[in-house]
Ligand binder design. Structure first.
Ligand SMILES: [Zn+2]
Length: 278
């Protein structure tokens, strides 16, 4: 099998590299095995964008050529097996706003919104990333899905829990029946933060977790683990630990294959997460 050359944090089979119609993407066997969704996470590869957006970027906020973005949408949609016209997007501003997507919202972009939930088959939820944490939710019982963006602010404000609560309210989702995935994003070794960020984690996460989530270094800064923090949030929301797939791929450890804000600053495209009910 062809390999993208990604560097993994461990040897567990959590993520699968797929190359379909020449377009690579990552997928989670745990989500795939629910049998009711199509999903994926894009890489920098397989698109037509050039320069700092090279090559696979479908975000219109990165200064990319609109024609290239349209072609990239067609390519990634074909690879994942969904329709580009069904892409329904967030416009993320580090909030905990979660929109419920209805049939009439197909193709829309939700402003000031960091999470989407739906039970409409075919609609493909799309969110954007470059180090922040993608959260995927599948409720196989009520046939409902959620997709949300959780950076450090979203994590502090427990975006994962807010998303699951929205699914419960809209679709009757029981968190114990949800299968979830924490997507490719920055790892603890790459994520240095300052005291003011950690202060907010201390305020919002119980003390027993602190040692697991961050450690202080000699320079007074901290290394923060957004993967474990989001896993803790999802477990607090009522999802069982064994039903949460945690990424073992870091965006910052793979700057040639994945867009990483900490690697390139604002001079970059966006990675995208896709989730649709079959
Ligand atoms: Zn890393």
């Amino acid at each position: 099998m062809m390999s993208l050359g990604l560097r993994y944090k461990n040897n567990e089979h959590i993520l699968e590299e797929k190359i379909v119609k020449g377009v690579p993407y990552l997928s989670y066997p745990m989500l795939e095995n629910t049998g009711i969704v199509k999903h994926g996470f894009s890489t920098r590869l397989g698109g037509v964008s050039t320069g700092h957006c090279a090559t696979m970027n479908i975000s219109t906020t990165r200064g990319d050529d609109p024609d290239a973005v349209e072609e990239n949408k067609r390519r990634i949609a074909a690879a994942i097996g969904v329709k580009a016209e069904d892409f329904t997007y967030t416009f993320q501003t580090h909030t905990t706003n979660v929109a419920a997507v209805e049939e009439s919202d197909r193709g829309k972009q939700f402003m000031e919104t960091d999470g989407l939930v739906t039970n409409v088959p075919g609609i493909c939820l799309v969110t954007f990333y470059a180090d922040c944490v993608p959260l995927f939710f599948v409720d196989p019982v009520h046939r409902a899905i959620g997709l949300s963006h959780s950076g450090w602010k979203g994590t502090v404000h427990k975006m994962g829990k807010v998303t699951v609560e929205r699914m419960r309210e809209k679709f009757g989702t029981d968190p114990s029946q949800v299968v979830a995935a924490i997507g490719p994003s920055i790892c603890q070794e790459c994520y240095e933060v300052s005291e003011d960020v950690i202060e907010q984690f201390r305020e919002n996460f119980r003390k027993e977790l602190w040692e697991e989530l961050f450690y202080r270094k000699e320079n007074g800064k901290y290394q923060l683990d957004l993967w474990r923090a989001n896993r803790a949030v999802l477990m607090e929301a009522g999802i069982a630990g064994e039903r949460i797939a945690v990424t073992n791929v870091c965006t910052h450890c793979n700057p040639d294959i994945l867009f990483s804000h900490r690697s390139t600053g604002t001079d970059r495209g966006n990675l995208s997460a896709f989730l649709a009910l079959r």
